[in-house]
Write a protein that binds this ligand. Structure first.
Ligand code: FAD
Length: 547
């Protein structure tokens, strides 16, 4: 059996190592066009920022180590240029010498990843306009910073753009982030990204949302070419920068597959089945280059993340070597650090559910990351999306502590098809420094279960009935930071004594700081014959919506 793998980083290296672990005799060849294999692409921004000072730490494996440990024939600087499915061969070009050769395969795994998109902006090919995708990209950006560059523009506010911005700021670079959408981090819903926007601004990032870079220009005279770039942005003055980082998204490297006539999806990803087989049963594909399926909706999805790439590599190797293992789809579980803040999500966003026409309920909660009386507790803001049967459709969380744990627990619950009622019942580790007896996850599940049982009627900030009476049940000193327009103030502790101040013929939307006292107020009103609802997430969510 001869297994050939094209691409030697996340998916390819996982497939190669797995293949060797299950078959000592197979001939395994891993072909990589770049200089490095199995490098830590996720760590690249942190070497630019010198959080990871040693570059060598990013080079997880060398071809020599791979050969020694796994007996795999690793060929770097070898570019696979075509596949001949009828002959079961690939054509490879050695990039140094330009020599071309053929290699046969019994099974082929394509792990060719994706490439950063270069938008069609005039000036985008200037050498100081760079993506951050490979080790050489990282070296170029870091060299610019090391040599004294002080002003940068980052185009795109997705994960990588935000990580780059943070790390440039940490190096003292004045950084502007330009994003054409009205929000950062498009995997989350807009209101959930407000704390990120604030965090970026707090740390001095010049964030331009709803803005588009229209041209990048290097001024020159007859005698001189400027060392500066002029970045033209729709609706803003030009920004002067020493360099520009491009992070506007990626496209799958599926040219080989297309040339070989393999099926690809609408956005160019190679179509695969649950065994990671392409439309040719002898060719598998894994990682960013594939079109997989969303585990919540079952719809085709492209999820360029390291976790799925690694898992898929393993599954493809199993199946290529005769085992039967199956890919269960991806939730796109993710997290990003933005200075001191963590932001993560799993499953679908509200925007995605609306786009796919999937009905949902939602709740917002803001419980403390651990017991409030233990130092360092801070709110974790969670948005939970679920259907009428209690199935969890998506989660988003943001906060200064404990976001990773909550996203991971809820993602695990989703993969195990637990319901929101199950979340409420989960028995999770608790001691005051780590959590609460009723953890954030339990709390989110309880609120969602209350909605399904009809114990609470939630109203959302973007859907408050026009003629509703807004009832603020916070204490007077809390209202100093503001109230909802025309709200009636009756602190919760006095509500039972002041019921006669409220109308019985109108909807009353109760709110407090985060939704808990609002719920108690709603219950008091309902049990006294009022038509009451609770504003989900209270004043805190309202502020997130205001931006
Ligand atoms: P890759 O790891 O990109 O490997 C593909 C390889 O194939 C490349 O080395 C390429 O040179 C090679 N190749 C392509 N075509 C050919 C050919 N024709 N012949 C030979 N070789 C070829 N994901 C996360 O989950 N969390 C993170 O925090 C995170 N951070 C990231 C930060 C950065 C800066 C970057 C760049 C990515 C990050 N990712 C993160 C994404 C993650 O790294 C990718 O999803 C993952 O590496 C995809 O694995 P892959 O094997 O499909 O592709």
């Amino acid at each position: 059996m001869k297994l050939v793998i094209v691409g030697g980083v996340a998916g390819g290296a996982s497939a190669a190592a797995r293949a060797r672990r299950i078959d000592e005799n197979a001939e395994i060849v891993m072909i990589e066009r770049g200089e490095f294999i199995s490098f830590a692409n996720c760590g690249l921004p942190y070497h630019v920022g010198e959080v990871i000072p040693e570059r060598s730490k990013l080079l997880v494996m060398t071809p020599q180590k791979f050969k020694k440990r796994f007996n795999i024939d690793v060929r770097t600087r070898n570019d696979v240029i075509s596949i001949d499915r009828s002959k079961k061969t690939i054509t490879v070009r050695r990039t140094d010498e330009g020599e071309i050769y053929e290699e046969s395969y019994d099974k082929l795994i394509l792990a060719t990843g994706s490439s950063p998109i270069h938008p069609p902006i005039p000036g985008v090919s200037d050498p100081d306009v760079m993506p951050l995708w490979t080790i050489p990209d990282m070296d170029r950006i870091k060299a610019r910073v090391d040599s004294g560059a002080k002003r940068a523009v980052v185009i795109g506010a997705g994960f990588i753009g935000l990580e780059v911005a943070e790390n440039l700021v940490e190096r003292g670079v004045q950084t502007t982030v330009v994003e054409m959408l009205p929000q950062v981090l498009p995997t989350m819903d807009q209101e959930m990204t407000t704390p990120i926007t604030k965090e970026l601004k707090k740390h001095g990032v010049n964030l331009l949302l709803d803005s588009r870079v229209t041209a990048i220009h290097r001024p020159e005279t007859d005698t001189e070419v400027s060392s500066e770039l002029q970045v033209a942005i729709d609706g803003h003055d030009n920004i002067v920068a020493d360099f520009v980082v491009l992070s506007v998204g990626v496209k799958p490297n599926s040219e080989l597959a297309v040339q070989a006539g393999l099926d690809t999806g609408e956005r160019g990803g190679i179509k695969v089945d649950t065994k990671m087989r392409t439309s040719d049963p002898d060719i598998f594909a894994v990682g960013d280059v594939t079109e997989i399926f969303n585990a919540v909706t079952g719809n085709p999805a492209q999820i360029p993340l390291a976790g799925p790439a690694n898992r898929e590599g393993r599954i493809a190797a199993d199946n290529a070597l005769g085992r039967e293992t199956y890919f269960k789809g991806a939730l796109g579980t993710n997290i990003v650090k933005v200075f001191d803040l963590g932001a993560g999500s799993a499953g679908c966003s509200e925007r995605q559910l609306n786009k796919d026409g999937i009905p949902f309920n939602k709740v917002y909660v803001h419980p403390m990351s651990h017991a409030g009386y233990y130092p360092g507790a801070c709110p974790v803001s969670v948005k939970l999306l679920f259907n009428d049967a209690g199935k969890i459709l998506g989660v988003q969380a943001i906060g200064y502590d404990g976001v990773d744990k909550r996203i991971d627990v809820i993602a695990t619950a989703m993969a195990s098809e637990l319901t929101v009622e199950d979340l409420a019942e989960l028995e999770l580790a608790y001691a005051p420094p780590y959590g609460s007896a009723r953890d954030v996850v339990n709390y989110a599940g309880m609120v969602a279960a209350n909605v399904l049982r009809g114990d609470t009627t939630v109203v959302h900030v973007d859907d408050i009935p026009e003629d509703a009476v807004l009832l603020d049940v916070r204490e007077p000193d809390e209202t100093a930071e503001g109230t909802l327009p025309n709200a009636v103030l009756i602190p919760l502790g006095t509500l039972r004594d002041r019921l006669d101040e409220l109308p019985k013929d109108k909807k009353i939307v109760v709110y407090c700081k985060v939704g808990l006292r609002g719920y108690v107020g709603e219950r008091i009103l309902k049990l006294n014959g009022f038509d009451a609802a609770n504003l989900s997430g209270g004043w805190t969510t309202y502020q997130h919506f205001l931006g």
